[in-house]
Design a protein around this ligand. Structure first.
Ligand code: APR
Length: 244
């Protein structure tokens, strides 16, 4: 039971596991994306500049799956939107995921620290723009009109995650940190629990199908599918402040 004395702020980190029951692949499970393609080929700036067509093809397939494959938010995404609505303090969702399932579930206070699959950006203009269609190497930037400069608005290995200042400030102030559906292998997200624990005040909770790489750093660890654990957690923490 995550004891939260006063309704302070809650920071929730999510990873690919929260979207698994919506039908999207994780990365490091036995059937995950990195079991089928190499990170170096499709998730690094070097891979993109070596073979942009291969990278565009990889993200085009994921973009089509998300926007045309009947992928919907699951009860875990919906429960977090309910938590944001009914919790008397601030709730910030920090997701490593590039899908739009948190938004579609109703979450608004959200940071996509690894970018967004349904956005692209021009390497010259740097402005992110919504893009649901396939991206080709020859696609022209609608702003500067150049070809060969558009890329997925996704943070690749070796690139800087987005909105880190805002994330670190929220972690420093929160009274509860919850990690959901992430293996705890990729930094800086894998280090968030230590940052919170170093602050000495907040409770920390992991909700995951199996204990993550950082499970021992959490006060509480619960294992099971997110679609079961997250609604139960939200009911519990809202009940603890009389919000239901
Ligand atoms: N419910 C809850 N957790 C689940 C479920 C489920 N139904 N299915 C899988 N999981 C857990 C797995 O046990 C695993 O711990 O989700 C986690 C997924 O781990 P990864 O595949 O490593 O995904 P993630 O932690 O989000 O990866 C972080 O790595 O490759 C980069 O940029 C990519 O954002 C990604 C980052």
């Amino acid at each position: 039971m995550p004891q939260v004395s006063t309704p302070g702020s809650i920071v929730v980190l999510t990873g690919a596991g929260i979207s698994k029951e919506s039908g999207l692949d994780t990365f490091r499970d036995h059937d995950g994306l990195w079991a089928r393609v190499r990170i170096e080929d499709v998730a690094t700036p070097e891979g993109f500049h070596r073979d942009p067509g291969r990278v565009q093809h990889f993200y085009n397939a994921r973009r089509r799956e998300l926007s045309e494959g009947g992928i919907e938010p699951n009860p875990a995404h919906l429960a977090l939107a309910r938590l944001e609505r009914d919790w008397p303090g601030e709730v910030l969702i920090v997701t490593q995921n590039i899908d739009d399932l948190h938004e579609r579930a109703g979450t608004s206070n959200l940071i996509h620290m690894h970018g967004e699959l349904l956005k692209i950006r021009c390497e010259r203009c740097q402005r992110p723009m919504r893009w649901a269609a396939d991206l080709e190497v020859s696609s022209l930037c609608p702003d500067c009109g150049r070809a060969g400069v558009l890329r997925p608005h996704v943070v690749w290995f070796g690139e800087v995650p987005l909105e880190m200042d805002r994330i670190l400030t929220a972690l420093d102030r929160c009274s509860l940190f919850v990690s959901i559906g992430t293996s705890g292998h990729v930094y800086p997200a894998a280090g968030f629990v230590s940052a919170v624990r170093n602050g000495g005040r907040a409770r920390t909770l992991e909700l995951n199908l199996e204990p993550s790489n950082g499970a021992s750093l959490f006060h509480d660890v619960r294992t099971g599918p997110a679609s079961e654990l997250v609604p139960a957690f939200v009911d519990e923490v809202l009940t603890s402040v009389g919000a239901i």
